[in-house]
Design a protein around this ligand. Structure first.
Ligand code: DAH
Length: 344
């Protein structure tokens, strides 16, 4: 009995991989014919003056072995419950991430217009006043500018372009697109837009998509045909549109576009009662019109050669109208509430 053999015994215990293996080692060491008992039996051959020390050593070794075996037993027990595998138990499900619902909607919109040959573009969200207003026939001090309540950025004014703003609508992209390229133009500009409103129907950040078509001999029928195509693809083949006269500074003539209500089928009634969703059979969808000559001129387009139309939609509204979502507070879309987002 020496330190080397002691270490070997303890190491062997440590190496045991199963309880059976450990049992075998236990018998080898502590069994009736085991190492410890054999050492104890040898005590008769030890000179009397060394018997005491010898006995103490054997007992201390026995104790160490017993402790080590106990410790190892616990470890093996713990591990065996850990690796317990029951293939009949249901698997673990991990939470699955997804894109924001509006991202899916935007992709879908982009695809519909791309199938008609519209090029998706992207213009600055931090924009100059000029592109948001002047270039759209809304000079400084024009009251129509008030309709587009605007976030102003604390940044030195630009001599040519005025103050820096957060783009209040995607119409800002019209002038940039006219300057970027030459007709024929088929633009779809889908972007974040900003206005300082915060209530159940407004968030300070929202989205718009802007269509712009400029070419020779473009007229209202092209506008109507394009929006009709979009509406049938996006909302379904039964939905129809109507144009109502309206006013925007950047289009002449201007229209509001309505889409027939999907809940009452455009009749405005369900079982002889007014449809609660639309009240009239129609839902307001977008603004549109023939691009004002001043806007074309600002974009460097020859108004004697070209004409065009434009429209502006809100994808949030499109999504809620299509999914017939009864959202009483639009802010939930951007609250980051996982319970809401998980539904998509
Ligand atoms: N820019 C308008 C808004 O934010 C929407 C709009 C109306 C865009 C008419 C257009 C248009 O292109 O022709 O309310």
């Amino acid at each position: 009995m020496n330190d080397v053999s002691e270490n070997t015994y303890l190491e062997n215990i440590n190496k045991a991989k199963t309880t059976d293996e450990l049992k075998k080692i236990e018998i080898e060491l502590l069994g009736r014919n085991g190492v410890i008992n054999n050492l104890l039996k040898k005590i008769k051959d030890i000179p009397p003056d060394q018997k005491r020390e010898y006995g103490q050593k054997v007992n201390s070794l026995k104790k160490k072995i017993e402790e080590k075996i106990e410790e190892k037993k616990q470890i093996l027990k713990k591990n065996s419950t850990k690796s317990f595998f029951d293939k009949t138990l249901p698997g673990k499900t991990y939470p699955k991430g997804s894109l924001h619902p509006l991202t899916y909607i935007i992709e879908e919109i982009a695809e519909i217009f791309s199938s008609l040959g519209f090029i998706r573009v992207s213009y600055p969200e931090v924009e100059w006043e000029y592109f948001s207003f002047e270039a759209l026939n809304m000079p400084k001090g024009h009251p129509a500018r008030d309709d587009f309540e605007t976030f102003f950025i604390d940044f030195p004014e630009n001599k040519q372009y005025g103050k820096m703003v957060l783009s209040p609508h995607t119409s800002s992209g019209q002038n940039r697109e006219m300057k970027r390229t030459t007709p024929p133009i088929r633009m779809i500009n889908i972007a974040k837009t900003y206005r300082p409103n915060w209530d159940t129907t407004h968030t300070p950040m929202f989205h718009q998509f802007e269509g712009l078509c400029i070419d020779k001999n473009i007229n209202i029928t092209h506008l109507k045909g394009t929006i009709n195509y979009f509406v049938k693809k996006f909302f379904g083949p039964k939905r129809t549109i109507r144009l109502r006269p309206a006013h925007f500074q950047f289009t002449e003539p201007s229209f509001e576009i309505d889409v027939s209500c999907g809940v009452c089928g455009g009749t405005g009634e369900i079982n002889n009662k007014k449809c609660k969703v639309c009240k009239s059979g129609w839902l307001e969808l977008a603004g549109a019109g023939m691009v004002h000559p001043n806007v074309l001129k600002a974009g460097g387009i020859d108004v004697n050669k070209y004409s065009g139309w434009a429209f502006g939609f809100g994808p949030e509204r499109c999504m809620m109208m299509r999914e017939e979502m009864a959202i009483d507070d639009i802010r939930i879309l951007y609250s980051g509430d996982i319970r809401f987002l998980e539904n998509f």
